[in-house]
Design a protein around this ligand. Sequence first.
Ligand code: C5P
Length: 218
Amino acid sequence: MAIPVLTIDGPSGAGKGTVSRLLAKKLGWHYLDSGSIYRSLAIGLLKKSVDLNNVAEVVNVAKAMVLEFDCGDELVVKLDGEDITAQLGLENIGNTASIIAAQPEVRRVLLQKQQDFRRQPGLVADGRDMGTVVFPDAENKVFLTASSIKRAERRYKQLKEKGIDANLSRLTEDIEERDRRDTERATAPLSMASGALFIDSSDMTIDAVIAEVLKLIR
Ligand code: C5P
């Protein structure tokens, strides 16, 4: 029997990470945070000072990197044996990830690494192209979004809570720039998979979003 997959795609800051992690816990399924794979590669490239326009070199680093994920209560990620969890959420890492994610060769190398997360009893996969490219045969697909202002406000709050200085208008601009890059790229652009449930979380609580998605699964 095919291993069940629930895909949750959408733009940055829509709440996919929180919702996906809680759903995986509720269902007792594995969890794939596919953005963290692109982010890990970004960290590896910046550490090695690789020119991001040198696609061959970027692909070499992507092929060689060894990633270990511990998806307990908090996600812990190791890149080539080094714990990089603390760097994963940084704004410049997200922006660099979005630049390299536009390269089809890079996406091809990372495809299998993502598909390997599909294990019994099931998988909740969060990203941009989970329902369209990585797990097109998933039986449950969700497209979770929210207005760019709401997403920037949430991000602002998260950063402030961590004691990181942030500027709301700058964050809104960054989010809109990232949306543009992710939506307009030629390969695997952010788009709603056919048959996906559309949820706008702008004025919804996390619990309300989770209840909507669980209705779909049951
Ligand atoms: O979701 P997150 O913000 O961690 O993703 C960082 C970047 O990685 C995104 O802006 C996007 O460009 C890229 N990404 C992607 N496909 C995915 C997940 C993330 O292109 N499935």
